[in-house]
Design a protein around this ligand. Structure first.
Ligand code: 0X9
Ligand code: ZN
Length: 421
């Protein structure tokens, strides 16, 4: 009895130990800041990029660039004689403020705060249970470390949806630290479910089309940002990770990707070397009714389309621009924010092996990347008070894309037939 008691005590203390160790294991960003640095030549830019590890700007070029630096790097930049000013003086303080009063769970309002992976999964189940006639959970695949990549399929009479009903795909979180990109697809699913039968637009869209929502493409990375490293970007391959948005086949290995494991834009050993990108690829291949797609990221407030791997314009650039302009106006109408639009390559930077290039090239669908809020004031650590405003402004853009799919691809005289499988 006494022995058992002692065992219990030991087990209990070591449990306490492991818990507090778990907390201590969170990477500390103490002393780190985000600064804007000015370079006036390619040479200066290259020198700067050789020193910093984490570029926050979308627009990489000579001129002003936002970068996260530790004290050592800040010193080096000072010594280079570059002009800079501080944008986020204390990254760690911001992360702590984000954590304070936040459980990762949802009680009451699910969009009052960010949800951790378990909460996302629970929320998805809860949402689908509300309307089993409209929504079902779909399995997209399994991550490298064995986590489920889950999605929601939405359409009226979901269990008997005609094959020719055209579809729109929304996904978030290829990049682990971009938490707002998880909330937005969940918000879209929520509104569609709640407003079916109430908003005639939604009723019509869910009667004529199918919507697929995959809030977390990178569950290993997402979980890791909650437990270990808030600013982790890639998946959890090895200790280094692969940038899933450089792992797609179109243009793989080209400009704006890296062959070095340590790089934030490490492309992996081969196209689709990663289970997460392969899973979403197979999902798109299986669901050939999908005609349009948005891949959500943060931050910078941009609406982007192919190509990312080349400066050339895509054959459908005018259509991309037309829909993009409408989505831009839809977003601006809500809170007045004007998201900039354009092809990836010229609007932000060359990026090879990205999802939109593959979706457009291989699946022949209209594929966009939307970079959500903000424009760098908080960057990846977007305060929870901005979750709802961001979701609200982007929702009508999602409806717009669904409406385009409905108008162009609903089987009716004059519309193109369904793609051959
Ligand atoms: O670099 C990226 O992957 C995206 N920016 S982020 O800061 N969220 O990492 C831009 C993606 C551009 N789109 C594609 N090339 N697919
Ligand atoms: Zn991203």
């Amino acid at each position: 009895m006494r022995l058992a008691h002692r065992f219990f005590l030991i087990a209990f203390t070591s449990l306490l130990f492991s818990v507090s160790f778990g907390q201590d294991a969170q990477l500390d960003y103490r002393g780190h800041s985000v600064i804007a640095v000015e370079t006036r030549s390619i040479k200066e830019l290259d020198k700067l990029l050789a020193v910093v590890e984490d570029v926050w700007s979308e627009n990489v070029g000579v001129g002003w660039l936002d970068v996260r630096v530790g004290p050592k790097q800040l010193d080096q930049i000072r010594q280079m004689g570059l002009r800079y000013y501080v944008r986020i003086p204390d990254v760690q303080a911001l992360i702590e403020a984000e954590r304070a009063g936040s459980s990762g769970q949802f009680d009451g309002d699910p969009f009052a705060d960010y949800m951790d992976l378990a909460a996302v999964n629970a929320y998805v189940d809860q949402l689908v249970a509300l309307r089993p006639d409209l929504a079902k959970v779909v399995s997209v695949g399994t991550s490298l470390r064995g986590r489920a990549i889950r999605g929601i399929a939405l359409s009226a009479g979901i269990h008997t949806v005609p094959l020719e009903r055209p579809g729109t795909l929304f996904n978030g979180c290829q990049h682990a630290r971009e938490w707002i990109s998880v909330a937005v697809p969940l918000w879209i699913a929520t509104r569609l479910i709640n407003e079916y039968g109430i908003d005639p637009r939604v009723t019509r869209l869910l009667s004529e089309t199918v919507v697929y929502i995959v809030p977390v493409v990178n569950p290993d990375g997402y979980d890791y940002t909650w437990t270990n490293e808030r600013l982790w970007r890639k998946n959890r391959r090895g200790s280094y990770g692969v940038d899933l948005n450089r792992n797609w086949a179109k243009g793989w290995g080209g400009e704006g990707s890296s062959g070095n494991q340590g790089s934030p834009i490490y492309r992996g050993t081969t196209p689709f070397s990663e289970p997460e990108s392969s899973a979403l690829r197979d999902f798109a291949r299986t669901n050939r009714n999908i005609r349009a797609h948005i891949d959500f990221h943060s931050f910078s407030q941009l609406i982007l389309w192919p190509w990312g791997y080349t400066i050339a314009l895509s054959a459908n650039d005018l259509v991309f621009r037309e829909i993009g302009t409408r989505m831009q106006a839809d977003i601006a109408a809500v809170n007045g924010l004007l998201y900039q639009i354009g092809p990836v390559y010229t609007t932000i930077y060359p990026a090879s092996g990205g999802i939109v290039d593959w979706m457009y090239d291989a699946m022949r669908i209209m594929s966009y990347t939307i970079e959500l809020r903000d424009r760098g004031e908080y960057g990846f650590i977007l305060p929870r008070g901005q979750i709802q405003p961001t979701c609200r402004e982007v929702y009508p853009a999602a409806l717009r894309l669904m409406e385009w799919v409905e108008s162009v691809y609903t089987p009716r005289p004059g519309n193109p037939p369904r793609a051959a499988d």
